[in-house]
Structure formats: C-alpha cells, structure tokens
Design a protein around this ligand. Structure first.
Ligand SMILES: O=P(O)(O)OC[C@H]1O[C@H](OP(=O)(O)OP(=O)(O)O)[C@H](O)[C@@H]1O
Ligand SMILES: Nc1ncnc2[nH]cnc12
Length: 178
C-alpha cells in the first residue's frame, strides 16, 4: 500500500457518518474522531505538508471553523503563518466579504484586507469539499486580498456533490474522495 493509500484508509476509518444532520437528507461527515486520534491527526497533517511542500506555499489560510484546526497544525508543521477566513462579523478590522451557498445553507465569509502580502503564495485548508461554495468564496477572498492561491487541500471530498467544478483551474487535493 502506498503512503497516500494508507492515509486515505486511515481517514475513511476515522470519519463517522451522521444521517440527517444538520438537516434532513444530509449525511454529515463527522471528522472529530480523526482529529481526536493522535496517530490520525498527525498522519493527516504530515500528509498535507508533504503533498503541498513543492508548491512553495508561504502562508496557510484556514476556513472557520473546522478548517482552523487543520490549518493551524499544517502551518506550524511547515513553519509558516496562518490566516483565519472567518464567518461574517467576527474580524475586527477592514475586511473583504463573499457570500455563498453550501450543502446545507448560505453564509458569508470574510478575511482582513491586509491578511496577505502582495503575491504571497497561500495554501487554503479545509476539512470537507462538498458543493464547493465555501472553497470558491475563500479562493476569491484570497485573491481579492492580494494573495496568490498555491492550492486548496481538504481531508475529504464528497465527489457526488461536484465541488471540484466550482474550483476549476485551481490545484485541488483531497486526502480521501468518496
Ligand atoms: O463545499 P460546501 O458545500 O461549501 O461545504 C463545505 C463546508 O461546509 C462545512 O463548513 P460549515 O459552514 O458547516 O462550518 P463549520 O466548520 O463551522 O462547521 C465544512 O467545514 C466546509 O467548510
Ligand atoms: N456532508 C457534510 N459533512 C460534513 N461537512 C460538510 N460540509 C458540507 N457538507 C458536509
């Protein structure tokens, strides 16, 4: 088994399906058992850093809230800084904002206008790529704020929701696609 296959298997074994959460018809992929497992958490963070190192990313952008957990660990392991892409109304200084729809609703994300240096290479990190609304809004915000997207990486891609189409043209990597 390759390292990638090993990590994909580990992710699959530590994610719990929760039917009808947060609304009827949605099968929620709960990643908390994976994050709580020391070997699992370390393996996914290391896999992301290994996979993305060659892109030369200079900062990591994490998407609130579950993306923060991974983004901070990836940034620490790669010895770069981390930027928070937050739900509306949480950031204290001037922001760019983007509204979007996701698998189970609508939301607005924001980033500080001065979050990135001009042309800085930004790795966007989140837990799940579902419809791609969240990821697309974040990529747009990074560019609005002057960053250059080096890639988007997620733990889990829900292939049947076709999120990749929304982020067409960007390098996208998922540790596991179902
Ligand atoms: O591809 P999409 O359909 O846009 O869905 C993916 C997003 O949905 C979840 O976030 P959520 O907004 O539920 O926030 P949370 O991390 O605060 O739970 C998940 O963490 C992704 O960010
Ligand atoms: N089905 C799902 N499970 C977990 N997070 C999600 N974000 C969007 N859809 C999701």
């Amino acid at each position: 088994m390759t390292d990638r296959e090993h990590v994909a298997k580990l992710v699959a074994s530590r994610i719990v399906d929760v039917p009808d959460f947060p609304q009827p018809g949605v099968v929620f992929k709960d990643i908390s058992p994976l994050l709580a497992d020391p070997a699992g958490f370390r393996a996914v963070v290391d896999a992301i850093v290994t996979e993305q190192r060659a892109t030369g990313f200079e900062v990591v952008a994490g998407i609130e809230a579950r993306g923060f957990v991974l983004a901070a660990a990836v940034a620490y392991a790669a010895e770069v800084g981390v930027v928070a892409v937050r739900k509306a109304g949480k950031l204290p200084r001037a922001t760019f904002a983007a509204s979007y729809s996701l698998e189970y609703g609508e939301a607005t994300l924001e980033v500080h206008r001065d979050a990135f240096l001009p042309g800085q290479r930004v790795l966007v990190v989140d837990d799940v790529l579902a419809t791609g609304g969240t990821a697309r809004a974040t990529l747009d915000l990074v560019e609005q704020a002057g960053g250059a997207v080096s890639g988007l990486t997620v733990l889990l891609e829900l292939g049947f929701l076709a999120g990749r189409a929304k982020v067409d043209g960007y390098p996208v990597h998922a540790l596991l696609t179902v």
